[in-house]
Design a protein around this ligand. Structure first.
Ligand SMILES: NC(=O)c1ccc[n+]([C@@H]2O[C@H](COP(=O)([O-])OP(=O)(O)OC[C@H]3O[C@@H](n4cnc5c(N)ncnc54)[C@H](O)[C@@H]3O)[C@@H](O)[C@H]2O)c1
Length: 266
């Protein structure tokens, strides 16, 4: 699908993977609405992106907030692309003295899973009304994580939220095929964003040395360029694709797990 003269919505587009994706979509000729939780960061990001970018603050799991973002998109033109990047990391064991609470678990599910589904369902309802151009009416890209399959001890909430996002890909693609809308899920490995900002160099090194090739963290532009390819390649649909340098996270012993790897195996 070509992006020229179309509009894209990027949730979590104020930082990291989402911001890089918004930049790529703009450079490919689309107008872009970015969303995020923090007003100041979002405004600064939209300003940095320049003309053609708009920011809407809000919670990805809130119906009204996403409808507001979609209304802004409608003012800009024809919404064709949705990229769901909004998400939160979480690592906390289920057992022991500092166990996660049920509220902790629900909060992660609320943002990562409910937020993604909320965006997809409301955006798809808008895309369905757009006229068909060539073979696609639109493309929806969601973001899970390799933790969907390789979740570490302490990642029960995060991994299950991401596994559910990956799991909804095929049923949504099958349902939306009726309207010529493709749905693809990207599962990143380790990417150098704010998410990793607090992780000490020693721990980063431990994580990176497990990546077969290339033995480094991904950069956000590599994620964005892959999303650009997904949008442009009409045969990609109904699939979850890992973007991880062949990394398969193994079980780590309690000793290593107790290192400060809050976002370590994201
Ligand atoms: N960076 C990685 O290595 C990595 C690996 C696997 C998966 N992911 C996933 O990719 C996505 C983007 O990650 P990132 O590294 O760019 O993170 P980031 O922290 O740099 O950016 C996260 C974005 O999500 C937004 N956000 C968070 N909670 C929100 C909410 N409730 N409502 C609206 N917006 C919300 C933030 O405002 C921000 O714009 C996330 O879903 C993350 O789980 C990242």
């Amino acid at each position: 699908m070509r992006l020229t003269d179309t509009v894209a919505l990027v949730t979590g587009g104020t930082a990291g993977l989402g911001l890089a994706t918004a930049r790529l979509l703009l450079n490919s000729g689309a107008k872009v609405v970015i969303t995020g939780r923090t007003e100041a960061t979002g405004k600064a990001a939209a300003e940095e992106l320049g003309p053609g970018a708009a920011f809407v603050a809000g919670d990805v799991a809130d119906e009204e907030d996403i409808e507001r973002a979609l209304n802004v998109a409608a003012e800009l033109g024809s919404l064709r692309t949705v990229v769901c990047c909004a998400g939160v990391p979480h690592t906390k064991r289920m057992s022991g003295s500092r166990a996660m609470s049920l509220a902790d678990f629900c909060a992660v599910i609320q943002t990562n899973l409910i937020g993604t589904f909320n965006t997809v369902r409301l955006a798809a309802a808008r895309i369905i009304d757009q006229p068909l151009v060539e073979e696609d009416r639109g493309v929806i890209v969601t973001t899970s994580s390799i933790a969907a399959w390789d979740g570490q001890s302490g990642q029960a909430a995060y991994a299950s939220s991401k596994a559910a996002v990956a799991g909804m890909t095929l049923p949504l693609a099958r349902e939306l095929a009726e309207y010529q809308i493709r749905v693809v899920n990207v599962a990143p490995g380790l990417f150098d964003t704010e998410l990793f900002a607090a992780v000490p160099e020693r721990v980063r090194h431990l994580l990176v040395e497990r990546i077969p090739h290339p033995p480094r963290m991904g950069v956000a532009d590599e994620f964005a360029s892959f999303v650009g390819h997904v949008i442009g390649n009409g045969m990609l649909n109904g699939e979850s694709i890992r973007l991880d340098g062949a990394l398969r996270m193994q079980h780590v012993t309690r000793d290593r797990a107790s290192a400060p790897t809050r976002q370590g195996s994201d």
